[in-house]
Design a protein around this ligand. Structure first.
Ligand code: TRP
Length: 347
């Protein structure tokens, strides 16, 4: 039985990952896993059951799941660390079973107030708003509570779901005794993980918005799978301004500042160093060429690493993770089933 505190998070299943995700999410997560795995059990899973709470193309899903796990491996996620468990949610059936039980202790009103549900459902025709989308936070609570996770690194958009997880855990603990480990509150999570995730990459076409896959046009986004030449063209086409002089000034020169940010992230230099080096330059074209070249090299290198990912090793890692997680998850589920009267109490 593992007594180390658990850190747990979901790795996106089915969106195309881009360089904003790479520097803002993948690398920080991989770094966290590497530095904390000596003292914590690290659970990284693919929330595949969450991936069609809004409509998707199901013909693509299986390939996307595998592809995204390969991207994590190419970005440096260690596959040989026994304290880092990687698994697919749907391979651990207890997630679904616990969700049903938690559903029956969850208020319709409380789910209706979830901001993400309101935002996402507002974008869909009413008949496409699924009960699964409504229910999304309950499945997420099950993901966390099955493993007694204390630390859950999630973005701002997920903190309400984490609060809900704490509430439902406390609700059942109050009614049935100590069933669940209650995850730490959001502010403790920030202290633990460090709130600032560093530099943020913006959309190339509209540099006032962050680079985000939900954009209709892919012109402003550099995907990790983009052909290097095509990505270079996207940089050359990036929106700039009419100031005509390079300054790092995100408010007045968001496009140029974004190029400097990408430059800094790709070269591993600080934004200050890069900004100082280019400050006062009068050719936007030269800056773009330099960044385009860097992006091309970065993608060429990353895609070479991707082809080197050993699929057999990856699958073995997933299967080992899933076997280990089924044992832990089933033990939690049994305690809950006993508490609610679905199974006889242990003698
Ligand atoms: N909802 C999370 C996201 O969109 C993914 C996720 C699903 C998750 N279950 C989780 C994250 C449990 C942390 C813990 O990013």
């Amino acid at each position: 039985m593992n007594t180390q505190p658990v850190i747990l998070t979901g790795l996106r299943a089915n969106n195309d990952l881009h360089i904003g995700n790479h520097f803002g999410a993948l690398l920080p997560l991989i770094d966290m896993a590497r530095t904390k795995s000596a003292d914590y059990q690290i659970n990284l899973f693919v929330p595949d059951l969450h991936s069609f709470t809004t409509p998707i193309d199901h013909a693509e899903l299986q390939a996307q799941i595998v592809h995204n796990i390969r991207l994590f491996a190419a970005a440096g996620l260690p596959l040989d660390d026994p304290n880092i468990h990687i698994y697919r949610q749907s391979y651990v059936p207890a997630h679904s079973e616990l969700t049903w039980i938690l559903d029956c202790f969850t208020g319709f009103g409380e789910m209706s107030r979830m901001t993400q549900f309101k935002d996402k459902s507002a974008k869909l025709n009413e008949d496409r708003v699924s009960v699964g989308l409504f229910n999304y936070p309950v499945l997420m609570a099950a993901d966390i509570l099955l493993y007694g996770a204390s630390y859950v690194p999630v973005g701002e958009d997920q903190s309400q779901h984490l609060e809900f997880t704490r509430n439902i855990a406390e609700r059942l603990n109050n009614q049935f005794g100590e069933l669940f480990t209650v995850p730490k509150p959001v502010k403790d999570q920030h202290t633990f993980f460090g709130k600032d995730q560093g530099l943020r990459i913006k959309d190339l076409v509209d540099p006032t918005k962050k680079m985000s896959k939900s954009d209709e046009s892919a012109k402003g986004i550099i995907f990790l799978g983009d052909a290097p030449e095509e990505a270079a063209r996207k940089i050359m086409g990036a929106t700039t301004d009419s100031v005509g002089v390079v300054h790092y000034d995100p408010t007045n020169q968001p496009g140029i500042s974004n190029l400097l940010t990408i430059h800094a992230l790709l070269s591993g230099e600080t934004i200050e160093a890069v900004a100082e080096h280019h400050d006062g330059d009068t050719s936007y074209g030269d800056l773009k060429k330099e960044v385009a070249e860097q992006v091309k090299d970065f993608l060429t290198d990353f895609q070479a690493k991707l082809t080197e990912v050993n699929d057999a090793q990856l699958l073995a890692k997933l299967e080992a993770g899933e076997a280990a997680m089924n044992l832990i998850a089933d033990a939690t589920l049994l305690r809950v089933q006993q508490a609610v009267g679905l199974r006889p109490k242990a003698a």
